[in-house]
Design a protein around this ligand. Structure first.
Ligand code: FE
Length: 240
């Protein structure tokens, strides 16, 4: 089996969100698609472990916010790589409450759809939520929508662990690359997070984490984590 074939399936990237009992949450979903035209119904796949999954089951509503192509990595990090159980994701972003009560993201988005849940299909690790369209509109941003291919190939992002399309990284891949040419380095190397694509630049350091500019990746404390997705150092791969 050739897993590269999986990447020939095209997807977009969206923030799927919901709210219930004063709590709100959202995750980055690529498995979002229209399943019927009359009436218009949309399906989203959500990992059972996602905080948002429980919110959708209880509130029976969800919103889909369509990300623009140049959506900020930090925004994708917030919604894609952090848990709504630990972080109030909508507290730090511009949004509004839709007529279903689900939060709609207004930053780096082109438009949104709101749905009322009509069917839930248990597909194993994920729940497939099918919703009937209640409302939808454009934000006025005319940028192209962000596709999974663009995110992966241009933004160098990877699927979060809870995504239906996540593929387990090969640990030997990173080890081989990080071990090579360590001695023959002219300037401190950049390292990229294999989970979210964030690049650690030694020249910039990570001031938010107290890491001074000029700190080599190798000299980062062992408990340092990716500022975007919180992955530990072992997920970083040296850039050549
Ligand atoms: Fe990361």
């Amino acid at each position: 089996m050739n897993r590269e074939t999986f990447y020939r399936i095209t997807y977009g990237l969206y923030v799927v969100s919901s709210a219930d009992g004063g709590q709100s949450g959202g995750y980055i979903g690529n498995t979002v698609f229209q399943v019927t035209a009359q009436p218009p119904r949309f399906a989203v796949a959500c990992n059972k472990d996602n905080h948002t999954s429980g919110l959708i089951e209880r509130s029976r509503v969800f919103a889909i916010s369509i990300l623009r192509q140049d959506a900020r990595t930090e925004l994708i990090g917030l919604f894609g790589y952090q848990s709504g159980r630990a972080v109030k994701k909508f507290a730090s972003v511009r949004h509004r409450t839709g007529q279903t009560g689900a939060p709609i993201l207004l930053e780096d988005t082109l438009g949104w759809l709101e749905c009322r849940l009509v069917q839930t299909v248990d597909v194993g690790t994920h729940l497939l939520f099918v919703g009937e369209l209640v409302d939808g509109d454009l934000t006025g941003c005319s940028d192209p929508p962000l596709t999974y291919a663009y995110y992966r190939d241009v933004k160098k992002g990877k699927a979060p662990k809870n995504a239906p399309t996540y593929i387990e990284p090969d640990p030997s891949d990173g080890a081989a690359k990080t071990g090579a040419a360590d001695s023959a380095r002219a300037s401190p190397a950049q390292y990229a997070c294999s989970i979210c694509g964030h690049v650690y630049d030694p020249a910039a350091g990570d001031p938010d984490a107290g890491i001074a500019p000029g700190t080599r990746f190798e000299d980062l404390p062992e408990d340092w984590v990716c500022p975007v997705c919180r992955a530990d150092k072992s997920y970083f791969v040296k850039q050549t």
